[in-house]
Design a protein around this ligand. Structure first.
Ligand code: GLN
Length: 533
């Protein structure tokens, strides 16, 4: 087993995740089997309860674990499906160690960060690699070198390099090279300092990946090489590019993959990046453009909807159209706000969400799409609200609502199922992860998926209330996708509308550059048709 450890210096948000994902994708293109681990040095056990304001999107894996949005990049770039074990957090590690201590597993010894916490971290890393049956395990260490929180993890990977031997582990350090002053000089000091910090811990990086606005100048590369004690061609420039999907080519172009293979003494297989380049070509050279309004409540933070943004990118590339996202804050719609954005939109997307803020704004956007034949995709909360909107304005059930938002509504068209009501613990009732769905023949969903049995990921508590399904379907909103036992509604489609499709599941999580989410593709296609007439 080979390990690649990716650390970060200077500041967060340098694209460690993209570097890790890109390298994973490149190694796969050399016919290696690859997996990725993300270490999050926070005390939360997982990202499930974390506020999107602080943390960006909560990404959901097949097994139902709720993880950091970096996982989305791993899965999209490397094209793998990961599990909860691939996310190691301080909270999880301490929980295991404390449980062991309580059980008496440490036989009365004093339990300490070194070796007990570090042993547990190493065991987790090695175990994931073994369970995944791969050649290379990539480990991204969240946070920045020098943070108190990261210390036990850095110590653990330092020890790991002794355990597995220096030939079997590579350290990549990502840093920032800012450009300052009137002469626009690229500055290396932050890189020097953060590498020194890393070396003080006992880790000598093999590669330094520098983020900078412009390509790294030759003299700057040499300077980093000299001060940080790495060969100058091991200093890789990860300068700004138009799309994150270009990063693998940027790294490949500077020989990173070959260096890594050499260091690991692995056979060199010619890379095959044809499909990726093809995808990029379609993404970067679109023949057309569409405007999609995304009506959400964290819209000033694009990170909260990153999987939708990527799914629309993937779909746009397939349709050879650039997708411009018009960010619409749903609360503003309530105040009579940016309706003009809805008028400018060729299609409307209402994504998932929790809590009642902005609900009425989303409902008005859905009504606008339905009444004006504007292509519409609703996801999770968007699906539930499409049912609410239809019940109110077509069935005439005034005050129809989800009981999540109005406990006294006379028409709880979205509600907890009876068996859920008995479970008081909020967390316990959440339906998470991949579940199979039966898709009705000849439906729009069947046309888009090309099959009648699909599997998609979920993250919700509420369901369409079975008591109202008959009445709703009679008026034309049909539930064309259902859980295998038929009890839960999964897809809704409006008959006679060019594209009015909504899903209880989150198709954005399984969207890949070369295999876009079928429902997002459907939205983009219908929006293009509407635009071009
Ligand atoms: N709040 C809704 C529910 O819990 C929808 C969740 C979501 O959109 N992810 O069912």
């Amino acid at each position: 087993m080979k390990y690649v450890i990716v650390t970060g210096g200077v500041l967060s948000g340098l694209g460690k995740g993209i570097t890790t994902s890109s390298l994973g994708m490149l190694l796969r293109a050399r016919e290696l089997r690859v997996t990725a681990i993300k270490i999050d040095p926070y005390l939360n056990c997982d990202a499930g309860t974390m506020n999107p304001f602080q943390h960006g999107e909560v990404y959901v894996l097949d097994d139902g674990s709720e993880v950091d949005m970096d996982f989305g990049n791993y899965e999209r770039f490397i094209d793998v499906s990961l599990t909860t074990n691939h996310n190691i957090t301080t909270g999880k590690v301490y929980r295991t160690v404390i449980e062991k201590e309580r059980r008496g597993d440490y036989l009365g010894n004093t339990v300490q960060i070194i070796p007990h916490i570090t042993d547990e971290i190493k065991r987790d890393i090695v175990q994931v690699g073994e369970d995944s049956d791969v050649d290379v395990t990539l480990v991204e260490l969240g946070g920045t070198v020098g943070d108190i929180e990261s210390m036990p993890f850095l110590e653990a990977v330092r020890q790991l390099s002794r355990d597995v031997g220096r030939d079997n582990i590579i350290f990549i350090h990502t840093t920032l090279v800012p450009i300052l002053g009137v002469v626009k000089e690229q500055k290396t000091k932050p890189t020097q300092h953060s590498v020194r910090e890393l070396r003080a811990i006992g880790i000598k990086p093999d590669f330094i990946v520098t983020r900078s606005e412009r390509p790294l100048e030759g003299s700057i590369k040499n300077k980093i090489s000299l001060f940080c004690d790495v060969p100058s061609d091991a200093v890789i420039s990860a300068h700004d590019v138009g799309s994150i999907y270009e990063v693998p080519l940027l790294l490949e172009g500077q020989g990173l993959t070959d260096f890594v293979l050499n260091r690991f003494k692995l056979d060199k297989v010619e890379e095959d990046l044809t499909e990726w380049k093809d995808y990029l070509d379609r993404l970067l050279n679109p023949k057309d453009a569409v405007n999609i309004a995304l009506v959400g409540k964290y819209t000033h933070l694009m990170d909260s909807y990153v999987s939708h943004v990527e799914a629309l990118n993937h779909a746009g590339a397939k349709a050879k159209a650039k997708v411009n996202i018009l960010w619409v804050e749903s609360e503003d719609l309530e105040a009579g706000g940016p309706k003009d954005l809805l008028h400018k939109a060729d299609g409307i997307l209402v994504p998932g969400g929790f809590g009642d803020r902005g609900i009425e704004g989303k409902i008005s956007a859905i009504r606008f799409a339905r009444e004006n034949d504007v292509p519409f995709l609703g996801v999770c909360l968007g699906f539930q609200l499409a049912t609410v909107e239809f019940s109110r304005h077509v069935l005439g059930l005034e005050r129809a609502n989800s009981s999540e938002f109005d406990n006294d509504t006379p028409y709880p068209v979205v509600d907890l199922l009876p068996e859920q009501k008995e479970v008081v613990d909020m967390g316990a009732t959440m339906r998470l992860g991949a579940h199979e769905i039966a898709v009705r023949e000849s439906s729009t969903a069947e046309r888009l998926y090309g099959k009648t049995k699909i599997e998609e990921r979920h993250r919700h508590r509420f369901e369409i209330n079975p008591d109202f399904i008959g009445k709703i379907e009679k008026e034309g909103l049909e539930y064309t996708g259902r859980s295998m036992d038929g009890r839960r509604m999964e897809i809704a489609e409006l008959a006679g509308h060019p594209y009015f499709v909504a899903s209880q599941f989150h198709p954005e999580f399984k969207s890949r550059p070369l295999r876009p989410s079928p429902l997002h593709y459907g939205l983009v296609q219908a929006s293009l048709e509407r635009k071009t007439g």
